[in-house]
Design a protein around this ligand. Sequence first.
Ligand SMILES: Nc1ncnc2c1ncn2[C@@H]1O[C@H](COP(=O)(O)OP(=O)(O)OP(=O)(O)O)[C@@H](O)[C@H]1O
Ligand SMILES: [Mg+2]
Length: 296
Amino acid sequence: MTIDKIPEEWVRLVKDIEEYHRRFIIFTLGENDTGKSTLCRYLVSQICHLGRRVAWIDSDLGQSILGPPATVGMRIVSPTEGEESPLFLRFVGSTSPIGHLLQTLVAVRTMMDKAIRQRVDGIVLDTCGFVTGRIGLEFKFQKIDLVNPTHLIALQKGRELEVLLRNFSYRRSLSLRRFPISEAVQPKSTDQRWEYRQEQFRKYFHEAKVVNFAFAGLGLHGHLPDFQSVQHWQGLLIGFCDEMNDTLALGIIQEVDLKRKQFSCLTPLQPKQRVRSIQFGSLHLDSSGRELILKK
Ligand SMILES: Nc1ncnc2c1ncn2[C@@H]1O[C@H](COP(=O)(O)OP(=O)(O)OP(=O)(O)O)[C@@H](O)[C@H]1O
Ligand SMILES: [Mg+2]
């Protein structure tokens, strides 16, 4: 995608980072289709051009760019590492934070801490458009509070973010900036958003294999399925986690034997990867990665 004219606010933000902020955490905020991801991409690439190491954290679970949907992804980009550095994932459980608010917040903070431990100069955080309504507002309030950004970039059409922004307008450590929305933003329909998610899942599971997996003795967490109902397990999206609960790979449960505590699972997990716990999500997918709507 090319941006015809880079808005002066964007250029000024990069200049401020260059001149005044050896360390920075940029939080982008806005409803759907406000240009958040495009801005994040621009910031990551421009700040990287300044010679800085930047962690790009993508916490949009539905229209995710880094990693498959239902995960928070993180990549460290620098002049030497480029954009092909390792991708870190944290499975959240679904393509929306609703029903997974805690997992989403913990995933974002864990990724930030990992980036900080890897001595990045700064973080650029992309977020989802879930920002209004009673739950959306409180979720975003808690997320901003937890992330404690140095820069909060509000992309709003009217004044829809003001009620949230008021909470942070007196925070001395934070620079609050309101950016206009570009007329070039192309809104996506609900169907386009759904298709995008399916395509991202399809690509992720494209080279996956069916493996048999015994889960006796392993940690189990997330939305634990009903141990009396095989149907509840079949097609369930899960995360295979390491000892720090970072996600090694996602999987789609195929067949399950609840007595023997075994299942077969479609997954790109590599045999050498050591699974320490299994995180259960709340989505069901068919073996091509399409979301299934289950009858209750
Ligand atoms: N400044 C811009 N110039 C040209 N095209 C843009 C610009 N900003 C956004 N777009 C285009 O508009 C579309 C939506 O932008 P983007 O994905 O950045 O928005 P978003 O707020 O992240 O959306 P989502 O709600 O899906 O996360 C994209 O196709 C993008 O290429
Ligand atoms: Mg986006």
